[in-house]
Design a protein around this ligand. Structure first.
Ligand code: FES
Length: 90
């Protein structure tokens, strides 16, 4: 019997946050992207209606040398809207 809980994601789909980063071109060199995605996901797990100020404050510890901050913030707002649309009760 296989324990599917231990299997990694199949990789055939992106999370709403990943999709929004792609759509908004919120990455250039990609060096910072993994931590940006993790931080954005953590924010949206706690707050599905973050303001721009909330996003800037939450993400302030993550440096992007390519200066993708506006696109990252826009992607987080898009992902928040998508998550709210998928589950309005959350
Ligand atoms: S995308 Fe290059 S450091 Fe952020």
């Amino acid at each position: 019997m296989r324990d599917d809980r231990r299997r990694p994601p199949s990789g055939d789909h992106l999370s709403p946050v990943q999709e929004a980063f792609v759509r908004r071109v919120a990455s250039q060199c990609g060096y910072c992207t993994p931590v940006q995605l993790m931080a954005a996901s953590a924010l949206l797990a706690r707050n599905r209606t973050p303001t721009l100020a909330d996003i800037r404050h939450w993400m302030s510890g993550n440096i992007c040398r390519c200066g993708c901050y506006p696109a990252i913030a826009a992607a987080i707002q898009d992902a928040a809207a998508e998550l709210r649309a998928r589950d309005p009760s959350a």
